[in-house]
Every structure is written in structure tokens, then in C-alpha cells.
Design a protein around this ligand. Structure first.
Ligand code: NAD
Length: 542
């Protein structure tokens, strides 16, 4: 049971500094957690390294068994997990179920069903060396470090942790200092599952701390870092990792475009836009932050989203008796100021706020009202910078060319979507958008397709999570070349003789020459060189 182990797990020892946690929806103080020092991080990594030795030797079938236990545990405790996430981050229970539970369960299911195929040794053609057999092995890296943001307290930990564990690694995952309160309970989940399966709970350690703890993890000698967070801190992580040549995967910010063509199914587009903007109060890396709506459908689209946004009910998850609220609170106090500043700049430059546009005065917590803004353009910070809030930013476009050009006019390139009934148009626009993922006639589902890689371009980061690519990025990708035929050719290049060089150039001509004539020339040159080499060798022996 989650709560049972919590007190015990929360008895951390020797913290240098503590982080005070509060519920962003009520501003109630939740408690304190330690901010681990560099020495404490190093000690955790050492423990993880020891636990990984036996885990790294387990079969994939055994790892599947452990993931099945984890999945069962999550399903049994999903409501508690959702409540923990809501308390820590301010999101509604429905947002927690959708964003914390579903993608994690789908990821575990994918790994159970397909992980073994993705990590099976991969034979490769050995080319000219026909007597050799080549293959690629996907071996554990050792200890993997995970650094998380605050928007999905549970999912952000498990998303890189579960594949890294399945690939045979131990994991140290640092939560965000803004959602650190639930860390002890999430640690308890792993403790229970790993102990039940017969493994050390040091295999997965969830640690708390601020940027200094994160920096210590990057510098700790772990074999790889999976960082999810802002581009600004991503740059710092990359610079620190460069010192030790630690590989990094960076999952950074987004400013996703949603293109709604004039031939789109209006209700479908409106539904997806509401989901893309207001889910998790807009605090998603793949939130639909720029809506490019074609002139021919613009007014009807705006009328509908305005009606729907006005009807949204906002409130603290703690007062939710089940289905009372559609939109929760913002997790970070700083985010309220960012949204206010961006909206003020947009209004000064000609945008009109049709719904919301202010802090919600009915609650003491960090609530910003669901907002709809029209007449936006690319001079505005609201269009250029990440907003991370419940703000629907609508821009009018007149053509496919204009929509694609504006969609690509961003430092970010994470997700994107296009709405049209014309399949060819959807394909054309999808290929034209410069982003990691594009979805046609839907919002955000690229993440639920766990077989497909997920990640960004430009300031949205690099490297991939999810799918075969994501799982293999948790591995030491090793090439092994062995004998196919036990040929032991008595071959030595040394000493180099006058005919050695013409023999090598002749061989290149023989193997790679264009057409039979060119290759035959190479064969003759090789034969002559070999004869010369034999003569030369006999002369030097006599
Ligand atoms: P952030 O960069 O402020 O913090 C992320 C994490 O990095 C935190 O745990 C923090 O303690 C740690 N950190 C800070 N400085 C560090 C340093 N120098 N070295 C190591 N670690 C350090 O980001 P945030 O505000 O928590 O999260 C919001 C951002 O995350 C947004 O930009 C959002 O788009 C992005 N995000 C991206 C994805 C994705 O998959 N691409 C998913 C979720 C969130």
C-alpha cells in the first residue's frame, strides 16, 4: 500500500538543505523533503551501481515479469497515484488519469509485448568479409540518471525510468523541486515491486533536490542522462555533461502548432483544440500553443471555442467530489506572471482576449482562468515564447503555404497537428511542418503510440524516447564480429613490399569498380601484384 511505507521512506537522513512543498491549488504546506548534496548523490549512484550488477544479467523474460508486477501495482493504486499528483501539481483527477496513468501503462504494455524484439541481437551483413558474422547487441549501460520537470510528477519519472530498467540498467531519477512531495510515495511503489520480485530497491532510486542536485547527478559518473525540462537548463546540462563526455538525451520545451484547414471537421477540430490547450491546464510540452485557423472556418471555429471555454469549470482537486472541475491550477507561481506578461504584450500589439485573461479570483491558489485570445501574430511573445498555461492563442491564415511557414517560424519543433478531411493535404502539411511529430485530425496521440519515437528538433531538444529508438537509447549498442567459417588465413600485410600498394588499389578497383570491364582491370592488377609479391618474397629468402 502506498501510504504504509511513506513515513518510513520519508525518514531521509543527512540532508543539507530542505525543500518546502506546497499544494499549488490551496497553498497549503505539504511538508519538507531533502535537497540532496553532491556527496549524497554520489553515494546513491554507488548503491545503484552495486544493485545493477545482478539485474544487468537477468533475462528479458525476467525483466518482463518485474514490469508486469509494476503494471499490476499501478493499476491497483491508480486512484491514489492520481490524488498524489493532483495534490502535488494542482491538476484535476481526470487530467492525472489521462496524463499520468494512461501513458505509463501503455509504455509498460509496449515494453512487455515488444521490448524483447527491440533488444534482440540484430544480425548485420558482413559485406566483403563473407567468412565473418556481425551482429549488434543491446547491452545495459550501467546507471542511468533521469532529471524531471514538474508538469507530470509520476509520468515524468516513469517515462525514462521504465525502459532504462527494462534495458538492464539501474536508475537514479531526480524529481522537480516543484513536485517533490510525492517522490517518497513513488519510491515506495518501486520498493514494494522490486522487493516482491526479489531485487534490491537500490535499483530505482527517486531523489529530491533542486538544480544543484541535478547538476551533481550529471557530474556523478552515471552512464547517461535523460533530461526533461527547459531549453535553458538543457543547455547547462549539456555543457556539464561535455566535461565528462556523458551522453545526454534532451527533451525540452515546445510551442506546438495546430493547423485547422477550411475543410476540417469543425467539431473534431474544436474538441481537439480544447483538449490540446486546456488539458493539465496547458502545462504540457506538447500543448497546442499556436492555433493557425484558415480564414474560411475562422469565425465558426472561434464562436465554438469561446462557448466551450466559457463553460469550463475551474477549481482545486481537493474540492472535487468527482467531475466537478474541468481545469485545475498552475503548478508554479512563476507561471502566472509569465502568462500575464505574455497576454499584456499581445493585447498591446492588437490581440483581443475573448474569454478569461486573468487570475481566477475565486480561489486563493495558483489559478489562471481558461483564456481565448484572437487576432494574434508573430510579433507577440505569446506566439514566440512557451506559455505553459490555459491560453488558446488563435492566428488567422489564408493558405497552406502561409500556415506551414508560420508553423515553422519558431525556435521549437516538438509536436504538431493538422485538421483536414483531405488525406493528401494532411500528408503535404505533415511533411512540411518541421517538428518531431505531426498528428492528423487528432491531438497529442503520437505519445500514446509507444512504438513510435518521441522527441524534438531545434530548441525542443534531441535524442528520442519511446519506441525501438527510445529503448535502444537506454543501451550500450555494441558490435560483435565472430567467425562464420573457421578460416584462418595466413595473411600478414608486413613487411610492406613494392607491390603491396598496387595490390590494394587493384583490390579496391576489383570490389568497387563500375561494370565488369573496370573490375576485370582491378583483378588483373591484383594478380600481377600478388605474383610480384611472391617473387619478391622468394628473392628475399634466398
Ligand atoms: P526546468 O528546466 O526548470 O527544470 C527541469 C529539471 O532540471 C528540474 O528537476 C530541475 O531541478 C533541474 N535542473 C535545473 N537546473 C539544472 C542544472 N543546471 N543541471 C541539472 N538539472 C537542473 O524545467 P521545468 O520548469 O521543470 O519544466 C518545464 C519545461 O519542461 C518546459 O519547457 C516543458 O516544455 C519541458 N518539458 C518537456 C517535455 C518533453 O518531453 N519534451 C516534457 C515535459 C516538460
Amino acid at each position: 500500500m502506498l501510504g504504509k511505507q511513506t513515513d518510513e521512506v520519508r525518514k531521509w537522513t543527512g540532508p543539507l538543505v530542505t525543500i518546502e512543498c506546497q499544494n499549488p491549488a490551496t497553498l497549503e504546506k505539504l511538508g519538507e523533503v531533502p535537497s540532496l548534496s553532491a556527496a549524497e548523490v554520489a553515494e546513491r549512484v554507488e548503491r545503484a551501481r552495486a544493485a545493477q550488477v545482478s539485474w544487468g544479467k537477468t533475462s528479458l523474460a525476467e525483466r518482463r515479469r518485474v514490469l508486469r508486477l509494476l503494471l499490476d501495482y499501478i493499476l491497483l493504486h491508480q486512484e491514489e497515484i492520481c490524488r498524489l499528483c493532483s495534490t502535488d501539481s494542482g491538476k484535476t483527477l481526470a487530467d492525472a488519469a489521462m496524463g499520468e496513468i494512461f501513458p505509463v501503462c501503455e509504455k509498460i504494455r509496449y515494453l512487455i509485448d515488444h521490448g524483447e524484439d527491440d533488444l534482440r541481437p540484430d544480425p548485420r551483413p558482413s559485406g566483403l568479409l563473407m567468412h565473418k558474422a556481425a551482429r549488434v547487441e543491446y547491452l545495459p549501460l550501467g546507471v542511468v540518471g533521469v532529471i524531471c520537470p514538474w508538469n507530470f510528477p509520476f509520468h515524468n519519472i516513469l517515462c525514462p525510468t521504465v525502459p532504462a530498467l527494462f534495458a538492464g540498467n539501474a536508475v537514479i531519477a531526480k524529481t522537480s523541486e516543484w513536485t517533490a512531495w510525492s517522490a517518497a510515495d513513488f519510491q515506495a511503489i518501486f520498493n514494494e515491486v522490486l522487493t516482491q520480485a526479489g531485487y534490491s530497491s537500490d535499483l530505482v532510486q527517486i531523489i529530491t533536490g533542486d538544480g544543484n542536485t541535478g547538476r551533481a547527478l550529471v557530474n556523478s559518473g552515471v552512464e547517461k542522462i535523460f533530461f526533461t525540462g527547459s531549453p535553458e537548463n538543457g543547455r547547462k546540462v549539456m555543457a556539464a555533461a561535455a566535461e565528462t563526455l556523458t551522453p545526454v538525451v534532451l527533451e525540452l520545451g515546445g510551442k506546438d502548432p495546430m493547423i485547422i484547414c477550411d475543410d476540417a471537421d469543425l467539431d473534431q477540430a474544436v474538441g481537439a483544440a480544447m483538449l490540446g490547450v486546456f488539458t493539465a491546464c496547458g502545462q504540457m510540452c506538447v500543448a497546442a500553443e499556436r492555433l493557425y485557423v484558415f480564414d474560411g472556418i475562422y469565425d465558426r471555429f472561434v464562436d465554438k471555442v469561446v462557448q466551450k471555454a466559457q463553460a469550463l469549470r475551474q477549481g482545486p482537486p481537493s474540492l472535487d467530489r468527482g467531475g466537478d472541475f474541468d481545469v485545475g491550477a498552475l503548478t508554479m507561481p512563476r507561471q502566472l506572471e509569465i502568462i500575464e506578461r505574455q497576454l499584456a504584450d499581445a493585447v498591446k500589439k492588437g490581440a483581443r482576449v475573448l474569454v478569461g485573461g486573468r487570475r481566477n479570483p475565486h480561489f486563493p491558489g495558483q489559478f489562471f482562468e481558461p483564456t481565448v485570445v484572437v487576432d494574434c501574430d508573430h510579433s507577440m511573445d505569446l506566439v514566440k515564447q512557451e506559455t505553459f498555461g490555459p491560453v488558446m492563442t488563435i492566428l488567422r491564415v489564408h493558405s497552406e503555404e502561409e500556415a506551414i511557414r508560420l508553423a515553422n517560424d519558431s525556435r521549437y519543433g516538438l509536436g504538431s497537428s493538422v485538421f483536414t478531411k483531405n488525406r493528401r493535404r494532411a500528408e503535404r502539411i505533415a511533411k512540411g511542418i518541421s517538428a518531431g511529430m505531426t498528428v492528423a485530425n487528432d491531438y497529442g496521440i503520437a505519445y500514446m503510440v509507444q512504438s513510435a519515437p518521441f522527441g524534438g528538433v531545434r530548441s525542443s531538444g534531441f535524442g528520442r524516447i519511446n519506441g525501438r529508438e527510445g529503448l535502444r537509447s537506454c543501451c550500450h549498442v555494441k558490435t560483435i564480429v565472430t567467425d562464420k567459417l573457421p578460416l584462418h588465413l595466413p595473411m600478414s600485410l608486413y613487411p610492406i613490399r613494392p607491390a603491396t600498394f598496387p595490390m590494394l588499389t587493384g583490390a579496391a578497383q576489383l570490389f568497387y569498380g563500375k561494370g565488369i570491364g573496370e573490375r576485370a582491370k582491378g583483378a588483373v592488377q591484383v594478380a600481377r601484384s600478388l605474383v610480384a609479391m611472391v617473387r619478391d618474397s622468394r628473392r628475399s629468402q634466398s
